[in-house]
Design a protein around this ligand. Structure first.
Ligand SMILES: Cc1ncc(COP(=O)(O)O)c(C=O)c1O
Length: 345
C-alpha cells in the first residue's frame, strides 16, 4: 500500500488482496502483546516449546499436547513438513491453482510436485487419489480452498483416506476454516484423534487478524510431531507471537465480530455483483473469485484507482480476480470502482 501511495501518488488505497482481517487484530491479543513486552521484555529467548500456547490449543481441541507443532505462521509448518518428509525425486500431489507455498516448499526439497486439475472450482479427490504413486509422500489439500473458496465434504474425504496408502501424509490446510459455515465439511481434528496420517494446519493470520505477528500451528498424530520436532528450529515462534496467540484464542467477541462482518459483507457483495450481472464463485471463506474477463487488465485499472485486488491469471483463471471481504465502506468503494473500470472497458 505504501508503494502504491509513493509510486502512483494514490491517496488512501484499499487492499483486498491478501485475505487479511479488515477489522484489524484481536484487541485482547494486542493487550497481551503489550503486557508481554513490558513484563518479559525481548532480551531473553522465547520458550522454544511454546508450552503455554500448545497447552491452550491442546485443551481447546481436546488432543494431547504432543499432537501440536507451533510455527512462524502456518507457512513455516509447510516448510518443516516438506523438509522432514521429502527428498530428491519424491512426489507431492497438489491441486492446480492452489496456495503457492506448497509448490515452493516441495521444489526447494528437490522433490517433484504432481499437479491435479481442479474440477468445477473444487479439489478433485478422486483424481488426486489416482495421481498417487509409490513415490508420493505428501498430498496437499486446502479446506476451504484458496483461491476458490470451495470446501471438501466429510464423506468425500473419508472415502479418499480409505483409498490412499497409509504411508502417505495428507496435509489439510485449514487457514480459513473459521469462516466455513457448511455443515457437511470435515472435522479433521477427529481424524487426527483417530490416528489417521493427517496434518491439520491452522493460523492466527486470518480470523484473528494477526498476519504480521507470524504464528500458526499444526495438529497431527504424535508419531508425525516427533519427526517434525527433530528439525524444527528451536525458537521459531517469538515471545510476542506466543502471548498474542494465547490471548486471541480467548477473544471470542473479536472472532464473532469478524465472522459476522464477513457473512454480512459477502451477502452485500454478492447482491451488488448480481446487479452488475457479474458471475462469482460462492465461497466458504473470507474471499471469493469474480469473473470480470481479462483479469490482468481489470487488476491494473483497479490498482490505478487505489483498489488492490488479486489477478488470478497466474493461477490459470485468466478471467477472474479474487477479492477478500473488506469493511463495508471498502466493499462499496470496490463495487463502485469495479463498475467504473468495467464501463471504461
Ligand atoms: C491456504 C493458505 N495456507 C496458509 C497460508 C499462510 O498463512 P500464515 O500467515 O499462517 O503463514 C495462507 C496465507 O495466505 C493461505 O492462504
Amino acid at each position: 500500500m505504501e508503494e502504491l501511495e509513493r509510486e502512483l501518488g494514490i491517496n488512501r488505497p484499499i487492499k483486498l488482496a491478501s485475505n487479511e482481517n479488515p477489522l484489524g487484530s484481536s484487541p485482547m491479543a494486542i493487550k497481551a502483546i503489550n503486557l508481554a513486552l513490558e513484563l518479559d521484555g525481548l532480551h531473553r529467548y522465547p520458550d522454544g516449546s511454546g508450552f503455554n500456547l500448545s497447552k491452550k490449543l491442546a485443551d481447546m481441541l481436546e488432543v494431547p499436547q504432543d499432537n501440536i507443532v507451533l510455527g512462524n505462521g502456518s507457512d513455516d509448518i509447510i516448510t518443516i513438513l516438506t523438509r522432514a518428509f521429502l527428498k530428491n525425486n519424491d512426489e507431492a500431489v497438489i491441486s492446480e491453482s492452489s496456495f503457492l507455498m506448497y509448490e515452493i516448499s516441495v521444489r526447494s526439497c528437490g522433490a517433484k510436485p504432481v499437479f491435479v486439475p481442479l474440477k468445477s472450482f473444487a479439489q478433485d479427490l478422486d483424481a488426486i487419489a489416482k495421481a498417487i504413486t509409490p513415490k508420493t509422500r505428501i498430498v496437499f489439500l486446502t479446506n476451504p480452498h484458496n483461491p476458490t473458496g470451495s470446501i471438501i465434504k466429510a464423506e468425500d474425504f473419508t472415502d479418499f483416506l480409505d483409498r490412499i496408502p497409509s504411508d502417505v501424509i495428507t496435509v489439510m490446510d485449514e487457514a480459513y476454516i473459521e469462516f466455513a459455515t457448511a455443515t457437511d465439511s470435515i472435522n479433521s481434528i477427529d481424524l487426527v484423534k483417530a490416528g489417521k496420517p493427517i496434518v491439520v494446519l491452522r493460523t492466527f493470520s486470518k480470523a484473528y487478524g494477526l498476519a504480521g505477528l507470524r504464528i500458526g500451528y499444526g495438529v497431527m498424530p504424535g508419531m508425525i510431531t516427533s519427526i517434525l520436532e527433530r528439525i524444527r528450529p528451536p525458537f521459531n515462534t517469538g515471545i510476542l507471537a506466543q502471548a498474542g496467540a494465547i490471548a486471541a484464542l480467548e477473544d471470542k467477541p473479536f472472532l464473532q465480530k469478524t465472522l459476522k462482518l464477513v457473512k454480512k459483507e459477502i451477502s452485500f457483495l454478492y447482491s451488488e455483483l448480481d446487479i452488475l450481472k457479474l458471475d462469482y464463485i460462492p465461497t466458504q471463506a473470507n474471499f471469493f473469485l469474480i469473473k470480470t474477463g481479462n483479469a490482468k487488465q481489470i487488476f491494473d485499472a483497479l490498482l490505478k484507482e487505489g483498489v488492490i485486488v488479486r489477478s488470478m491469471a497466474s493461477y490459470g483463471f485468466e478471467d477472474y480476480i479474487r477479492i477478500n471481504v473488506g469493511l463495508h465502506e471498502e466493499n462499496v468503494r470496490f463495487i463502485k470502482t469495479l463498475e467504473k473500470v468495467m464501463k471504461n472497458g
